[in-house]
Design a protein around this ligand. Structure first.
Ligand code: SF4
Length: 81
């Protein structure tokens, strides 16, 4: 099963929650700065809320969020084994 790296350029997030609406299994809003972050379950580094590795079944919704983000700051890329 392929895995996918997802990351967000959080400093440019405009907090419109489009990604959370489309793919809440991967994206959530940070209650402190009100910007999008990766759901904790998928983070690979506990100190980096902007990046995670997701399984194949979440790729489509993550890509939909990436394509719908108005400032195009969500990235999805297959992890090469
Ligand atoms: S869709 Fe983009 S701008 Fe909107 S909350 Fe998500 S990351 Fe931020």
């Amino acid at each position: 099963m392929a895995k996918y790296k997802v990351w967000i350029d959080r400093d440019q997030c405009i907090s419109d929650m489009v990604c959370v609406a489309l793919c809440p299994d991967v994206f959530e809003m940070n209650p402190d700065d009100n910007k999008s972050q990766i759901v904790e379950k998928w983070r690979t580094d506990p100190n980096n809320i902007a990046e995670g590795i997701i399984p194949e079944e979440l790729k489509d919704c993550a890509e939909q969020a990436a394509n719908s983000c108005p400032v195009s700051i969500i990235h999805v890329e297959e992890v090469k084994e």
